[in-house]
Design a protein around this ligand. Structure first.
Ligand code: GLA
Length: 661
């Protein structure tokens, strides 16, 4: 799992994007060659949605057009990230195999006309996907242009059809062993759901009221495994004919259909697609959130930003444009957090089709445009940063991130709609980012002793083994902050009895929660230190811990809200409400100060980000990004690789990459 081979082949950081020449003609290809050279592109992702051209009729492949494009790119000095086209089956496929079409949870069968119209569990689809991957690998496995393989595109679709039901039963049988065990795990004694034969067991299709939460959790686990198996099918077909690294582009942060930790173990290089969901400084924080997750899914190794938009900021019901300078700054944001390059969707903005308004490296306006000029500037900037390739990012703080908890928190019937897994994760990361601290994500069962501070903002589901792991972490000297409604269910999504959270964690925290009290919408609780909480409160009994702040009103008045427990060589903190952002930031700052964790570059103003990349041989680079509109002096001058000169300050929106002595 490393970018080593790729960056060696490219001679530095990767720069380029999805290239779909099949949408254009020869005159445009010739211009593409010239513009790619001018921009400094060195990697193009080819063929992502080209199944209909590659296999015009079932089992008959036409490689002529692809041969020509790969040869042309190669002659132009551009390496290819060759994609399998399986995210968009052609119309002939869906007509020939109607049973392989996806069925939504309400029983609606979807048809072709968009993309991703397949069911990952349908044998006809899986067979066809493997066949096209194999055909590509046989033909291009040793092609000199091919530097990497890109399997599929964003495994993110779901299906509830009969193939899925059959496959789900096989998975359940393997997990639970028997129908009795399944009945026990799913708590089917409630609502008369007891199963007496396997064929009664279904995926969680549309039903009358709440789904059984254990059933939906198992379905999420199953689906992620199914998607991973579909990836591995293609990967192995490719590996039989090619020694180039294989990946699939993961979508972060919003899509949670996959256990990205599991995908991180199976890809040769973690690659992600990232589109910020808010403008300004928030976009920079979101970029860091995506990048830190990508790095963590790959075990800390360098990863690659596979897609971003040149001029795309998703903001609810509209797509906002990027400000001048953000193409460079967002890209360097990804590099700062460990990406060995910056690629885009897509090279040339489509003239027709469903994504014709999606921004691109060459916009509709052509090369004489702000966008293309900024793209070219980015290409030359990345060209000067080749020495960073392969270096890594180090963190002393981790935020716990667990797919099971995320999926479980999506279940029906939770006591408050304000229990938001992703929101809690983002808030924790954002508080650390605002404090200038580089953050890893970790799983609750990871070896955590290398972190001085661990935040657990949303650990709803906690297995016995993970609870024990967290207890051990604190006992061994770590500082752990656990937040409300954590550790309240076990791995089967059964409530912890006798008080929350799970017993080993109660010991580490020195508390016992005997009642949760969700707050009304807009309701606020005031704590004794003057801070405010919303959404949630709990009755916390002290069992060794001290109350750092108490509730000041209502039934919980005088009861502990924030606690600290000296346990073994470490400290367990517990926060039983959702603090306002500013109060939460104060708490996180206090924990950072207590553990001696600081920013890579202290005393920077709000909105200025600094991250260090470390090479194995001891070389280091400090990437400083000014997301503000002010001139920011650097604490110490340094040699900036971007300008090859000594930098003393950052202009508004500016970036420097300093080679540290
Ligand atoms: C994803 C896909 C691309 C494109 C972009 C649009 O990342 O992989 O094909 O649809 O989204 O933002």
């Amino acid at each position: 799992m490393t970018t080593r081979r790729l960056v060696r082949r490219l001679g530095g950081l990767a720069f380029g994007g999805d290239y779909n020449p099949e949408q254009w003609d020869k005159a445009v290809w010739e211009e593409d060659d010239e513009l790619m050279r001018r921009a400094g592109v060195n990697l193009a992702t080819v063929g992502v949605f080209s199944w209909a051209l590659l296999e015009p009729t079932e089992g008959h492949f036409d490689f002529g057009w692809l041969d020509a494009h790969l040869d042309r790119l190669h002659a132009n000095g551009i390496a290819v990230d060759l994609a399998t086209p399986t995210a968009s089956p052609p119309p002939w496929f869906t007509l020939a195999h109607p049973d392989a079409l996806p069925v939504s949870s309400d029983g609606t069968k979807l048809v072709h006309g968009s993309r991703d119209t397949y069911c990952l569990a349908a044998p006809a689809y899986r067979g066809a996907a493997r066949r096209v991957a194999l055909a590509l690998a046989e033909r291009y496995g040793d092609h000199p242009a091919v530097a990497m393989w890109h399997v599929h595109n964003e495994y993110m679709t779901l299906c509830w059809c009969d193939h899925v039901a059959a496959s789900f039963r096989v998975w359940l049988h393997a997990r639970h062993g028997s129908l009795d065990a399944l009945n026990e795990a799913w708590g089917t004694a409630f609502w008369s759901q007891h199963y007496t034969s396997w064929d009664q067991v279904l995926p969680p299709r549309a039903t009358q009221w709440h789904h059984n939460p254990a059933q939906t959790l198992d379905f999420s686990r199953f689906w992620s495994d199914e998607a991973l198996a579909a990836y591995v099918d293609q990967r192995d077909a490719i590996r039989a004919h090619s020694d180039r690294p294989v990946t699939t582009n993961l979508m972060v942060p919003g899509y949670q259909n996959l256990d990205l930790w599991a995908f991180g173990r199976e890809v040769d290089v973690v690659t992600i697609d990232h589109y910020p969901i808010a403008p300004g400084v928030d976009a920079a924080a979101d970029t860091a959130f995506g990048g830190d997750r990508a790095r963590s899914f790959g075990g800390g190794r360098p990863w690659l930003l596979m897609e971003q938009g040149t001029n795309t900021v998703y903001a609810g019901d509209r797509v906002l444009a990027k400000e001048p300078g953000e193409i460079l700054r967002h890209s360097l944001g990804h590099v700062a957090h460990g990406s060995d390059g910056a690629l885009f969707f897509q090279w040339r903005q489509s003239r027709a089709g469903a994504e014709m308004w999606h921004s691109a490296m060459v916009p509709h306006a052509g090369a004489d445009s702000r966008i293309f000029r900024e793209v070219t500037a980015l290409g030359s900037a990345l060209g000067r940063l080749g020495e960073l390739a392969g270096s890594t990012v180090r963190a002393e703080v981790a935020v716990l991130h667990d797919s099971d908890s995320w999926w479980a928190m999506n279940s029906d019937g939770l006591p408050s709609a304000e229990l938001d897994y992703l929101g809690a994760l983002r808030r924790a990361h954002r508080a650390l980012w605002d404090a200038g601290v580089t953050t890893d994500f970790a799983r609750p069962d990871d070896e955590l002793s290398r972190y001085r501070l661990v935040l657990a903002p949303a650990l709803f589901l906690l297995s016995d083994a993970s609870a024990e792991n967290l207890r051990r972490y604190v006992a061994g000297g770590g500082t752990l902050l656990v937040q409300h409604f954590s550790g309240v269910v076990d791995a089967r999504l059964h409530a912890r009895l006798g008080g929350y959270p799970a017993a080993p964690l109660r010991a580490a925290l020195g508390i016992r929660v005997d009642e949760y009290r969700p707050l009304g919408r807009g309701e606020q609780v005031v704590l004794s230190d003057g801070s405010h909480g919303t959404a949630w409160s709990e009755s916390v009994r002290l069992d060794g811990a001290e109350a750092v702040a108490t509730y000041t009103g209502g039934m919980l008045a005088g009861g502990a809200a924030l606690t600290r427990h000296r346990f073994g060589d470490g400290h367990g903190w517990y926060l039983s409400t959702r603090l306002d952002d500013a109060n939460y930031a104060v708490l996180v700052d206090r924990l950072l100060a207590g553990t001696g964790v600081g920013p890579d570059l202290p005393d920077l103003p709000f909105g200025v980000e600094a991250v260090t990349r470390h090479a194995q041989d001891g070389r280091r680079w400090l990437i400083v990004l000014n997301h503000t509109a002010d001139v920011v002096p650097l604490p110490a001058p340094g040699h900036d690789l971007l300008t090859d000169a000594t930098a003393h300050e950052l202009p508004p929106g500016g970036c420097v990459v300093l080679r540290l002595p």
